[in-house]
Design a protein around this ligand. Structure first.
Ligand code: AR6
Length: 171
């Protein structure tokens, strides 16, 4: 069974095998957790993202998929970039959000990464309602095989509280 831990804080400080970045399709950086990871990881992370764009991902990273790069100066060993869906009140895009978590853990498994830290994917700029984002995150990682240690690193008190509630309900 996947062990889930919740932490209130900044994912860039995590000493884990892999931290997951809530990126966008371009892979070339942005705000929120993406900006924080690129700032703390340094130019090596962006350089590797650019190489991916020039080689295997000329059209960018599709929503719901994941790809790894170096972690540069971060204390983690790898960054796994994924792209969550933008919240759409008129369409159910939950499966894409679940896929972002699932594909990130599949990449972690390929890397041999047994400890993985996630932010609350899509719960910031992409506008996903917090309680639902937390429920999908907890449910999805719980089911993953092979199991690993997952830490959700939640930046805001509101999102941290939503994950606590979801873990109590789903865990
Ligand atoms: N550590 C952990 N969580 C953080 C950190 C941090 N250092 N900084 C912010 N968060 P967002 P999204 C939280 O917007 O919704 C970017 O511009 C934040 O409070 O980072 O998937 C990308 O380039 C929120 O709870 O990601 C994309 O264009 C959560 O991380 C777009 O934003 C996710 O918020 C992706 O939007």
């Amino acid at each position: 069974m996947v062990a889930i831990t919740l932490v209130h804080g900044d994912i860039t400080t995590m000493r884990v095998d892999a931290v997951v970045n809530a990126a966008n399709n371009s892979l070339l950086g942005g705000g929120g957790v993406d900006g924080a990871i690129h700032r703390a990881g340094g130019p090596e992370v962006l350089a590797e993202c650019r190489r991916l764009r020039e080689t295997v991902l000329p059209d960018g990273l599709p929503t719901g998929e994941a790809v790894a790069t170096t972690a540069g100066r971060l204390p983690a060993h790898h960054v796994i970039h994924t792209v969550g869906p933008v919240w759409d009140p008129r369409a159910d895009r939950s499966e894409l959000l679940a896929s972002a978590y699932r594909q990130s853990l599949a990449v972690a498994d390929e890397l041999g990464a047994a400890t993985v830290a996630f932010p609350a994917i899509s719960a910031g700029a992409y506008g996903w309602p917090t309680a639902d984002a937390a429920r999908i995150a907890i449910r999805t990682v719980r089911e993953v095989d092979p199991p690993c240690d997952v830490t959700f690193v939640l930046f805001s008190p509101e999102v941290f509280a939503a994950f606590q509630t979801a873990l109590a309900e789903e865990g």
